[in-house]
Design a protein around this ligand. Sequence first.
Ligand code: NMX
Ligand code: MLT
Length: 434
Amino acid sequence: TTDLKASLAEKIPAEQERLKKLKKEHGSKELGSCTVEAAIGGMRGIPAMLWETSLLDAEEGIRFRGHSIPELQEKLPKAKEGGEPIPEGLLWLLMTGEVPSSEQAASVTEMLRQRSKVPDHVYRVLAAQHPNTHPMTQLATAVLSLQVDSKFAAAYRSGMHKSKYWDPVFEDSMDLIAKLPTIAAAIYRNTYKGGDLVEASSSLDWGANLAHMMGFTDDGCLEMMRLYQTIHADHEGGNVSAHATHLVGSALSDPYLSYAAGMTGLAGPLHGLANQEVLRWLTDVRQQVGDDVTKEQMREFVWATLKSGKVVPGFGHAVLRKTDPRYTCQAVFARRHMPDYPLYRLTAMLYDVVPDILKETGKVKNPYPNVDAHSGVLLQYYGITEESFYTVLFGVSRALGVLSQGVWSRALGLPIERPKSLTMAAIEQRVAQA
Ligand code: NMX
Ligand code: MLT
């Protein structure tokens, strides 16, 4: 079938049985333990969540439904021969676990096109915001204003049986994903281009249409946006945006409410806002030292950042322990499309300089670059120069992962999330007794 919902529906009963069996036969087995350090250290390393759409290996990086990024670049349908994958193909994969055919990916493109009209009141909400409102705040606000149309919220109100929840959650998720490029582009055009909106193209795919509606038509830019929207989609369940979406969704808040929660988390500088911070940091380097910066000057700049009590944005990771494959695939793209671009050369130089310095501090667990260290370079090259918008592009992509998992969370009947917290006194008491 080329129908995503039908293909998903076929898979659900077997997965429900699989989970039931896992719970029944192995429910009491330990997956790991929780130390005092983990409890006060951001729950690092505690395997305590079910997340089906992707899995991260600390050394290798992310796999989406078992496929690495280079594998996806090879296997997923593309808009043009030898080009980058289209994110609609990834959406099919995340939802169903299967690599789609070109026809299946095309049917997702068409399904999203049909759902893409953004209601007028959302534009009015956007227009009413303070002109200095950060684009991520605008995104979350626009998404919340769409919530009035939630099919899940309406179905819940009318007493739907819980075994059917996944269906309206799927509908809401597709409606929301379909509208996000139009909303993001409206935020971009309102904030930086005087509010002059660009109509969607009926011949472009979902990711390319985002670039098109922002006002960019260069073929390289469309390819870059397809790749960008594919690689930022998911990073297993524990990152702040995925976890926030999952947590809020577990209260049976609908996909609009739960995704908006994820976006307010993505807006933090240690998470998705790092792509904006990287660009600002690089701009500072160029302003203070110029484009022909030497490695020694760069070292001094990095040390000055650290000594002033700030992080080097784009480096380090809570779970990864090697260079992020999402960084690597962007570096490969840059080498192919913009080998002489000064900002690319500067970024490549950082790769030679920063890890050794972070290692020297003796405390940074992963000194290597993450996804955010490279994305701004690609965007700048194609003329998307407004760095305060970058996290919105990350957020649009992240919808594909967190909302796909949201559908599965309801299909599998996952319960409300409610870990145990302790006071310091309670921890002291427990360790004294141990
Ligand atoms: N620059 C300076 N210090 C760092 C960095 C960095 N890039 N990365 C980690 N550290 C510090 C960290 O602040 C902590 O210091 P302290 O003990 O004084 O509190 C120490 O090293 C140990 O931290 P880790 O265990 O290595 O990292 P943690 O898991 O706590 O945090 C990040 C992970 C990603 C928040 C952290 O590496 C960071 O702040 N990086 C820069 C911001 C960034 O690029 N974030 C984007 C992550 C990817 N994303 O899109 O979400
Ligand atoms: C992400 O893509 O969510 C980030 O790399 C952060 C994380 O995984 O913790």
